[in-house]
Design a binder for this molecule. Structure first.
Ligand SMILES: Nc1nc2c([nH]c(=O)n2[C@@H]2O[C@H](COP(=O)(O)OP(=O)(O)OP(=O)(O)O)[C@@H](O)[C@H]2O)c(=O)[nH]1
Length: 132
């Protein structure tokens, strides 16, 4: 089975976290799910470089990476991912959605309301339990 190394940015601003919704997808278990912005690490890139690049591509937004959060291994029916999540901040909430269909800024307590990609659920649960 294909195995991807994926980065995801948990972008916080004024106590809210940025959640993005994917649109159509060939896999129905991915289509329309919420996720954190990010994507596959390309060969030769560090995790941090991949994260910065993906957020510029997807949101045209410059972020500051604060620290690593959770690493999740998840097996989807057709591929597996290792999802490296990082806590990040931004100075501005001005961004452009280039690939996603919707976004929400939610308080940690509200995160469970969304229909998350399965790999993100441990991250969401962990975020809801942290105080900082
Ligand atoms: N970006 C991102 N991808 C996630 C998350 N959770 C999760 O399961 N994924 C999955 O990880 C994979 C990331 O691939 P991607 O399609 O975003 O990567 P990419 O931008 O490099 O795309 P490409 O392969 O079309 O070039 C997708 O299958 C996506 O569904 C998440 O929180 N953020």
């Amino acid at each position: 089975m294909k195995q991807f190394k994926v980065v995801a940015a948990i972008i916080a601003h004024e106590n809210k976290v940025l959640c993005l919704q994917r649109g159509k997808n060939k896999y129905d278990y991915i289509a329309n799910k919420y996720e954190f912005p990010g994507g596959k690490i390309e060969s030769g890139e560090t995790v941090e470089e991949a994260l910065k690049r993906e957020i510029l591509e997807e949101l045209q937004l410059d972020i500051t990476i604060q620290k690593p959060f959770l690493i999740v291994n998840h097996n989807y029916p057709d591929f597996s991912i290792t999802l490296h999540s990082y806590l990040c901040t931004t100075n501005t909430t001005n961004f452009t959605l280039t690939e996603h269909v919707d976004f929400k800024w939610l308080n940690k307590e509200e995160l469970a309301q969304l229909d998350w990609a399965a790999a993100d659920i441990p991250i969401v649960k962990s975020l809801m339990q942290t105080n900082d």
